[in-house]
Design a protein around this ligand. Structure first.
Ligand code: NAP
Ligand code: G4F
Length: 342
């Protein structure tokens, strides 16, 4: 097993970046994160990891930059001289990508290219991970998707991810860069942004239980996704960079559930009547929808030795319990006991 010493993460303030940084630090590595300047704090997910960099032994360092500022990327590669680069930064919201197609494409395609180019033009040769998405499969023709399934993107976000995926392959094949594409199906956690549907539901229901909200507004309940647990997916991502040869991997649970199923299970645990609280709002519909996704991660199981551990109902409970605690409720007092989980 290769022993990396220095990792650079773009998107470190997001759900995945925070888990990945946590895992790399736990393994004893030095972690550098690119963060954007923002008018309000955007580091809540990594504050527990932060130690003043002037303190001896501090191994997490944050640097201002932006995927759209190629000079900051070049500077970072030269200064940090990473052994591994994890490119997780993106405008990652599918619905928003229809409102901001150019910005979405810029962060994903141009940003990824700028980072690859910053590496190519330097004398540093880090291993490179690109955060690809199951959204790239889009309008699927088969019930299962694996590494050989065709891409039929249904949104500007997905089209941009296909572009970045292709760019990574070009840099791997043309310049011999150790560059890998992860094709990750939806993965969730208590750190998921509340604008994505799973967290919107668990947070919304916790707030209803606490008397802070009176309802939940949702869009299409019939779409299905293959939902896994984010920390486990970041384990797979780390393993991808430890292989002898660079390759692309699908990461998924192999189960698919509708948004309605996620909602029903959450209401069941909270012992609330969904008919009373859930309302339809067309603002959450998309001009084009991905109806169903289900991944086949056999290659990851065989080559990385990776398998998902957290099942659908357990994921719902993890997220709902965390959201209950967030609003000051004791999950043991307000939710159905764990042994009554179906
Ligand atoms: P997320 O929570 O939305 O985090 C996105 C991160 O990207 C944030 O740290 C954000 O910074 C940063 N970012 C956005 N635009 C940037 C820019 N122009 N320059 C620098 N940083 C920028 O996303 P996530 O769920 O952790 O996902 C991580 C990556 O995996 C994304 O690329 C996403 O598209 C991809 N992915 C996610 C899933 C999933 O189910 N979660 C599945 C497949 C692929 P701020 O905090 O400043 O906004
Ligand atoms: O939670 P979502 O917004 O996630 P989506 O679109 O599947 O994208 C996420 O997973 C991708 C991996 O496949 C990532 F690449 C991407 O970055 C992101 O992390 O929506 C899931 C489903 C959709 O079908 C949507 O139409 O939920 C449906 N939905 C219904 N009501 C809603 C809502 N989605 C959101 N965000 N908000 C709603 O109120």
């Amino acid at each position: 097993m290769r022993v990396p010493t220095v990792a650079l993460i773009t998107g470190i303030t997001g759900q995945d970046g925070s888990y990945l940084a946590e895992q790399l630090l736990d393994l004893g590595h030095e972690v550098h994160g690119l963060i954007r300047r923002s008018s309000s704090f955007n580091t809540a997910r990594i504050e527990h990891l932060y130690v003043d960099p002037h303190v001896e032994g501090a191994r997490l360092k944050l640097h201002y930059g932006d995927l759209l500022d190629s000079s900051s990327l070049r500077r970072l590669i030269e200064e940090v001289r990473p052994d591994e680069v994890y490119n997780l930064a993106a405008q990652s919201h599918v619905r928003v990508s229809f409102d901001m197609p150019e910005y979405t494409a810029a962060t994903i395609v141009q940003g990824t290219t700028s980072l690859l180019e910053a590496i190519r033009q330097s004398d540093v040769r880090p291993r490179f991970y690109q955060a690809g998405s199951s959204e790239m499969f889009g309008a699927v023709l088969e019930p299962w998707q694996d590494e050989s399934s065709p891409f039929r993107p249904q949104s500007p976000y997905a089209a941009a991810k296909v572009g970045a995926h292709a760019m990574v392959r070009v840099y791997r094949e043309a310049y011999g860069l150790f560059a890998v594409n992860g094709i990750l199906f939806n993965h969730e956690s208590p750190r998921r942004s509340p604008t994505f549907v799973t967290r919107k539901i668990t947070r919304g229901i916790a707030r209803i239980l606490a008397g802070l909200d009176t309802g939940l507004f949702l869009g299409n309940l019939e779409a299905s996704r293959d939902w896994g647990y984010a920390p486990e997916y970041m384990e797979a991502v780390r393993l991808m960079l430890q292989q002898d040869e660079p390759d692309d991997f699908v990461i998924a649970t192999g189960e698919t559930h509708s948004v309605r199923e996620f909602m029903v299970e959450t209401f069941r645990l909270a012992q609330l009547d969904q008919e009373r609280y859930v309302h339809f709002d067309p603002v959450y519909l998309r001009p084009a929808e991905v109806e169903s996704l289900r991944g086949d991660a056999s290659k990851a199981a065989e080559r990385l030795g990776w398998k998902p551990r957290t099942k659908f109902t357990a994921l719902v409970r993890i997220m709902l319990e965390a959201d209950c605690r967030e609003v000051g409720l004791d999950p043991a007092k307000v939710l159905l006991p764990a042994d009554e989980v179906a």
